[in-house]
Design a protein around this ligand. Structure first.
Ligand SMILES: [Zn+2]
Length: 268
């Protein structure tokens, strides 16, 4: 399993580096605004990213932003940082992000948000309030993190409407952003968001973001531990983003997630 994963990672890296070279040296183009999605920050799990890697990655994005601002006027910020699931591990990023005045959005699973000490894997209600005081935004990631496609109306009400109410009441603020669990959505889900006065719905579709992007289909680039630093830099390049969308469409992207998952399990 590990060998297959290594081969897969090597091929992916070569494709990314080639496309990155094409974008940066030949076509000379950059994605203007990208939304990045992380899960946990820490040593454990394939979908988390180590704190030092995270800082290095975000530092690069800041450089990219400066570089782009020098070249042409781009509305700041040129990258938007999001964290999904509301893991406690992301608290380790607070000092760094605060120093750099970066204010992310955290998408929480409402049933996991408890009072302090009741569930140590996830951010508690006081944690979220403290982050809000630092200017972070809190978004909804459903009540129980089930895929929202293919569920009945009653369940959908629970997952979107009740969780919105729970979060806005407990946090004392309007919840305006929603991230679809597993990035899965359809017309019914997006309709529900617009009826509930959500401003944005965030997907895991690989794409760049511009003025014509549907506000309930905001694309995001998912980053996890399997992306080395050079790959990370390539990941935010337009041709690589298009390649990722293609890979997902034909199923390669999913295969990779499955391999990662199996590798993680075999380490347990
Ligand atoms: Zn999630």
């Amino acid at each position: 399993m590990n060998m297959l994963l290594t081969i897969f990672q090597k091929i992916r890296k070569s494709v990314y580096m080639f496309l990155y070279f094409l974008d940066s040296k030949v076509l000379k183009r950059n994605a203007e605004i990208i939304v990045i999605c992380y899960h946990d920050i820490g040593e454990e799990g394939g979908f988390s990213v180590r704190l030092k890697d995270f800082i290095r990655q975000i530092d690069t994005l800041k450089d990219l932003e400066d570089h782009m601002e020098g070249k042409k006027k781009i509305k700041s910020p040129s990258f938007i940082l999001t964290f999904d699931d509301g893991y406690r591990g992301i608290l380790s990023t607070v000092p760094y992000l605060e120093r750099n005045r970066i204010k992310p959005t955290v998408f929480v699973i409402s049933s996991k948000v408890k009072e302090k000490g009741q569930n140590d894997s996830y951010l508690s209600l006081p944690d979220l309030k403290a982050l809000m005081n630092k200017g972070w935004h809190i978004g909804n990631h459903s009540k129980s993190h089930i895929p929202l496609t293919g569920i009945n109306d009653l369940t959908m009400r629970e997952e979107i409407l009740s969780s919105t109410q729970t979060l806005s009441e407990s946090l004392g603020t309007k919840i305006r952003y929603f991230a679809y669990p597993y990035g899965r959505y359809n017309g019914k889900v997006t309709d529900r968001l617009s009826h509930n006065n959500y401003d944005l719905g965030l997907t895991m579709d690989d794409n760049t973001f511009d003025k014509v992007t549907n506000r309930y289909q905001i694309p995001r680039i998912g980053i996890n531990k399997s992306h080395g630093f050079s790959e990370f830099k390539a990941t935010i390049s337009p041709s690589v983003i298009k390649f990722r969308a293609f890979a997902k469409k034909i199923g390669i992207g999913n295969l990779f997630s499955i391999l990662m998952d199996l590798k993680d399990k075999s380490y347990d």
